[in-house]
Design a protein around this ligand. Structure first.
Ligand code: GLU
Length: 299
């Protein structure tokens, strides 16, 4: 009898361990995504005339990649394993591989929206991949390859809130977004509400939304979809986009050679199906089917 009980206890213990292991590997309930098969690492790559590439080589082939770490589906770091997953991360790894840099030679540096232009122009990162909208004012300070994705500004609200149905319903509402982002700028320019709350990161806005300190979070739909998917019974995306946010890979403004090389790599990934595979294994898991990849705009 005693032996039977201990066997049963052992069984329960094993089940609990298996669940914990599953969570640690980024399955159900974990903010991390599943591992994605890497792209083949190119050999003997040269990018003549690229100061960024020269810096990577001088560092012994280590590439410093600027990312976000709190945007599920796009760029998120699993607190348990330290692993980064998401579409932005996979695009970054694909580009690194095309530059001859294997994934273990990537050093991730977390940079919030407001610090991107400074970090890139100072050379703190070689490349930046993190929901970074290409626009003319940013082009004064940084270079962009891409776009590799087009999002649109949307709203995240508490699931039981029926009063917010689009940007024109925000008057008198407390709306949260990230410092230095295009969505917060648009809320102010279009005077959508007087009551703007700002944080460094969208996850802080989402906490404030859950806690009732704000009524809506506004940023790109792709980012908001990732937060809504974590607790669909509590949060929902309104689903009326009111901008176009073409995502680019940020880099040194004057490094035209690197810009052309990264555009070539994005184009190849879009042509050979890699882009769609990376989308399906990250953002696509929340249910939105893969769109057509956007045309690369060279300038
Ligand atoms: N795509 C927008 C931007 O670049 C919002 C997302 C973000 O802040 O990263 O500002």
């Amino acid at each position: 009898m005693g032996r039977l009980v201990s066997l049963r206890t052992l069984g329960v213990l094993l089940a609990v361990l298996a669940m914990a292991f599953g969570a640690a590997c980024g399955r159900e309930g974990s903010p991390g995504g599943q591992p994605v098969a890497g792209s083949p690492v190119a050999q003997n790559v040269q990018v003549p005339g690229s100061p960024t590439f020269a810096a990577i080589q001088q560092r012994g082939g280590r590439l410093v990649l600027g990312v976000k770490n709190d945007q599920p589906g796009l760029g998120i770091q699993d607190p348990t394993t330290g692993q980064y997953t998401g579409f932005d991360i996979e695009i970054g790894r694909m580009v690194a591989a095309g530059l001859g840099v294997p994934p273990e030679q990537i050093e991730y540096r977390v940079i919030p929206s407001a610090a991107r232009e400074d970090a890139i122009s100072r050379g703190d990162v070689d490349l930046y991949v993190g929901t970074y909208t290409i626009n003319n004012s940013r082009k004064q300070r940084v270079g962009f390859a891409g776009p590799y994705f087009v999002a649109g500004q949307d709203l995240l609200v508490r699931a039981d809130d029926q009063s917010i149905t689009g940007p024109q319903t925000l008057q008198g509402k407390r709306v949260c977004s990230a410092t230095g982002s295009t969505p917060i700028q648009r809320v102010r320019e279009q005077n959508l509400t007087q009551n703007v709350v700002e944080f460094q990161n969208y996850s802080q806005c989402v906490d404030a939304l859950r806690g009732g300190q704000v009524d809506a979070v506004t940023t790109d739909n792709a980012i908001l979809a990732g937060y809504a998917a974590q607790t669909p019974d509590q949060l929902r995306v309104v689903g009326q986009t009111f901008s176009q946010e073409p995502y680019g890979i940020g880099m040194n403004r004057d490094d035209a050679a690197m810009r052309a090389k990264v555009n070539d790599l994005l184009q190849a990934a879009e042509n050979d199906g890699t882009w769609t595979r990376l989308y399906n294994e990250t953002l696509g898991r929340s249910g939105t089917p893969a769109p057509q990849p956007p045309p690369i705009e060279r300038y």
